[in-house]
Design a protein around this ligand. Sequence first.
Ligand code: F6R
Length: 358
Amino acid sequence: EKGAYPYYMLKEVSEQPAVMRRLLRRYTKGASLQFDVKLLAALKDADQLYIVAAGTSYHAGLVGQALFEQLAGVRTTAFLASEFAYHQPLLSQKPFFIFLTQSGETADLRQVLVQINAKNLPSLTMTNVLTATLAREATFALDLAAGPEIAVASTKAYTAQVALEALLAKALGAAKGQAAAKAFDVEHELSLAATGQQALIDQQSAIHELAKEMFATTRNAFFIGRGTDYYVSLESALKLKEISYVQAEGFAAGELKHGTIALIEPGTPVVAIITDPTTAARTRSNAEEVEARGGKVLRIVAESLAEPGDDLIVPALNPLLSPLLTIVPAQLLAYYTSLDRGYDVDRPRNLAKSVTVE
Ligand code: F6R
């Protein structure tokens, strides 16, 4: 039940800190992580991880790619299930497949799972519904523990996927003796993420004002960032387009000058996401290029990199996990834009919660 919330989406956005804490309780015991030893052994044995997903879950998979490579030292690539099914890349010697899916029923993923099961290749499904087809048919399954997600636009499942990927990447990296995994205190980072998300949720009226300033009447919008900020830009654009019908595009900030800057006109809204110290200055200069052409920029910036004039500050967190924070204002920007335009936030046109046909 959505209780006091006007829409499930706002309820589910607000539940994200509790989901982070639930995942910590579910997958940690004291200082150790709790994963099936057989799962860890199968992952250790793999020479490459193939993350297969669609939509929002694919965007969580892109973050997972960075997490598994950097913490566990294993080559990892995220694929769109609908592409992988019919245009399969060359597989490595010992592939391991990770299916990321909120519903566990997405037909595009099932198509891939059937193919890899026919080849007897090992797989894991991370899902919010452990009884679902993709959980039953994969070698292993892990619970996202996000609780039922009712709104069509996925929110808490995305952050649950990123958090669970971080927990598993840490466990795998630790099992492999990776120094980067040892240095990464996943429990501390996820509890910081929960507190930080709450701080952002508490700023929802200010974010509502920003949504009005940026998106009240626009027909298009852009989100830019680099690294994990790029991945969260893709998810931010998807949220805005699916519930507010604004034509939104997320892309790598460095690509702006390779084409998209041609679309910047006076008043064009651009959200710049800046949480990584290695590229912050570059993304800032991209934002200035937008402003020089009259574009309207909203800067979402990590506390440690903040400068006067930044619009929204997100608390400190390892840049690998910053999507857990930066997505929250993006979800709220999309929510309020949809609300102010008078749409049914939870049930956008032409979309179904679970896509069970290819
Ligand atoms: C976006 C959204 C969709 C789903 C996609 C995959 O808000 O809901 O893009 O993320 O259809 O669904 P699952 O995760 O159930 O496989």
